[in-house]
Design a protein around this ligand. Sequence first.
Ligand code: AMP
Length: 284
Amino acid sequence: MKEVARQARAGGRIVGLVPTMGALHAGHTSLIVRAKRECSPVIASIFVNPKQFGPNEDFAKYPRTFESDCEKLKQAGVDALFAPEAAEVYPKSFSTYVHVEGLSERLEGRSRPGHFRGVTTVVMKLLQIVQPHRAYFGRKDAQQARLISQMARDLNLDSEIVVCPIVREPDGLALSSRNLYLNPEERKAATVLYQSLELAKKELEAGERDALHLQSGVRRKLASERLAVVDYVEIVNAEDFEPVARVSKAGYVLLAVFIGKTRLIDNLYLEPGSPGSDELAFHL
Ligand code: AMP
């Protein structure tokens, strides 16, 4: 992979990288489409990273659909696929980790101890191996994207981190490889994540800015679904993901919810308006 990437860069071309864990869906292909607009060649990676799964999480049963993934990548026009084995990525002697302090401990990090250390470590390795000009991530995993941007800045990486919008099913459910775990009843119930965020969006558009009020609306909606068990609902600023009391600048309404045994996350992005203005736009 290093040799392929080296040759690509030597030609003066703009190399794009789209890291994934496979089980590809339209959310992943949206990253590839964006990368194709801005880079050539576009390299995708598939690696189910054992280090970002906790001992009681779903590493063993995480969906692996390599053959159909390859087909999708070909159709999307990806130029190269990097799909290393775990033993190659983490040989027995492996002992160096990347940890982004603070941000890694909150929200997803609190619910999934060690998760982000695994994420930043593997993404650092991918960025080192491929050395892309640009690397593409989804806002579906907003905290992850923020952490990776922070790591790239702190460690003076040459790769630009590009964050792309969430792709959803027609009924609003954010695409996720873990949606494959849902049975038909759970799949129906899972739309409550989107519906609760849509409620917050409507209230924000009507001028509501009190975080507690917005949060309780979201919680009430989630509680109306029998199969939903809330892990967290938080309204945070976009910089360090600390909770805010009032919505006044860029941030997120973030949620993590169990539907049956499946843990799903989603968010509403509070996007800053033009520089100098207090205006916000709300993106699901
Ligand atoms: P994963 O394979 O789940 O690790 O995801 C690989 C990349 O795709 C990450 O940057 C995710 O944020 C992104 N991604 C996953 N689901 C979506 C989605 N529904 N919309 C946009 N990007 C997504």
